[in-house]
Design a protein around this ligand. Structure first.
Ligand code: NDP
Ligand code: GDR
Length: 372
């Protein structure tokens, strides 16, 4: 039997990297779509790289973009995939307020472009399609916890674009009998998480502060509540959703909720730092955190966290909590990693990176120092 072929958009992102690893371990031939960038953008998948000159290459990268229909049609024609995982997106909620039109083009119309390509090429019965939908669809939540039946109320240009992606996926399933699924994934994190999402921003900053590379971490809304899982766990479900007899939509979540403030406390505790919050309330500019600890370089009383309203969003999603009962019952899926384990893994990875930067600095070279 010939091996299965998968096409992954967003292969250079967090989920793209974990999903590529998973599919390769299952014997798939994996084709990834990467964007042209002025610097190499394949950090997360470099360990999977295979020389294109070898025979029997199982991991192949193609240039492409969700805003280019001709490119997508040609790639899908060339690869003839059994499964397409549409993970590519302008995925940052706050940035979507700055680039709303581009976000709609990539996240909403990009999804349509792939579905149309499948139809134009007559692959409706061959190619299964996974759409990276999101808990951001719930936005201003109407029900706790959120299930597949909870009404949507998107609160950002990102979420509105993803709402289109969700419904066009359902529509193509119903109209053309395509095997197309939405994974309504709640936040999932890892050491590969982009540096400007709140969890990674925190673990990276705490590690750098502990080693004296950074003085202070600036955050927005500390009281936001999220249901955080591990990306490695969640990509397994993306694959499982395409292996069923019938296509369907699933909520993927842990069913446990923490605040941003609690995430900071857990991350700091990993490095022996105790944080004392001061100020009127989490959304006040004056909220600061001071530390005491003996393992880290930080001084008792040092202020390491301040709230900066620059990071507030014009419309915020205050609380998200998922109910993954359907995925548990039908896919046999269960999240394996707890938040504490996730935080521990992320802090350890960022601490190692910060130690490397310290050595680079000590040797007289400029260490990578960017944070926002
Ligand atoms: P990342 O931001 O880490 O990765 C996004 C990927 O999309 C990157 O490979 C990026 O390329 C690529 N991309 C962005 N724009 C385009 C475009 N116009 N054309 C082609 N590729 C593009 O996201 P995650 O891995 O965290 O998330 C994967 C998907 O799941 C996204 O669609 C996201 O919206 C969705 N999602 C994520 C959740 C999470 O908590 N992580 C939860 C729910 C949904 P480059 O590397 O060049 O920037
Ligand atoms: P989110 O993730 O918006 O849920 O979208 P993010 O980590 O960006 O924000 C989570 C919560 O933390 C609050 N917050 C901050 N966020 C950022 N990025 N930076 C800060 O300084 C900061 N301070 C507080 C936010 O206001 C928010 O409430 C992620 C993305 O991966 C989406 O693509 C995905 O669809 C959803 O998760 C599910």
């Amino acid at each position: 039997m010939s091996r299965k072929r998968a096409l992954i958009t967003g292969v250079t992102g967090q989920d793209g990297a974990y999903l590529s690893e998973l599919l390769l371990s299952k014997g798939y031939e994996v084709h990834g779509v990467k964007r042209r960038a002025s610097l190499f953008n394949t950090d997360r998948i470099d360990h999977l790289y295979q020389d294109p000159h070898v025979d029997d290459q199982r991991f192949v990268l193609h240039y492409g973009d969700l805003t280019d229909s001709t490119n997508l049609i040609r790639l899908i024609q060339q690869v003839q995939p059994d499964e397409i995982y549409n993970l590519a997106a302008m995925s940052h909620v706050a940035v979507s307020f700055e680039t709303p039109e581009y976000t709609a083009n990539a996240d909403a119309i990009g999804t349509l472009r792939i579905l149309e390509a499948i139809r134009i090429l007559g692959l409706e019965k061959k190619t299964r399609f996974y759409q990276a939908s999101t808990s951001e669809l719930y936005g201003l939540v109407r029900e706790v916890p959120q299930t597949e039946q909870t009404p949507f109320y998107p609160r950002s240009p990102y979420a509105v674009a993803k709402l289109y992606g969700y419904w066009i996926t359902v529509n193509y399933r119903e109209a053309y009998g395509m095997y197309a699924c939405n994974g309504i994934l709640f936040n999932h994190e890892s050491p590969l998480r982009g540096e400007t999402f709140v969890t990674r921003k925190i673990t990276r900053a705490i590690a750098r502060i502990a080693l004296g590379l950074q003085d202070c971490l600036y955050l927005g809304n500390l009281s936001a509540l999220r249901d955080w899982g591990h990306a490695r766990d969640y990509v397994e479900m993306q694959w499982l959703m395409l292996q069923q007899d019938e296509p369907d939509d699933f909520v993927i979540a842990t069913g446990v909720q923490y605040s941003v403030r609690q995430f900071v406390e857990l991350a700091a505790a990993e490095l022996g730092i105790t944080i004392a919050f001061e100020g009127e309330g989490e959304k006040e500019v004056g909220v600061i955190a001071t530390v005491s600890g003996d393992k880290a370089i930080v001084k008792p009383g040092q202020v390491i966290l301040r709230v900066d309203p620059r990071y507030y969003r014009p419309t915020e999603v205050e609380t998200l909590l998922g109910d993954p009962s359907k995925a548990k019952a039908k896919l046999g899926w269960e999240p394996r990693v707890s938040l504490r384990e996730l935080v521990s893994e992320m802090v350890a990875a960022d601490y190692t990176a910060a130690e490397r930067d310290t050595l680079v600095k000590q040797a007289g070279f400029r260490a990578y120092d960017y944070h926002e």
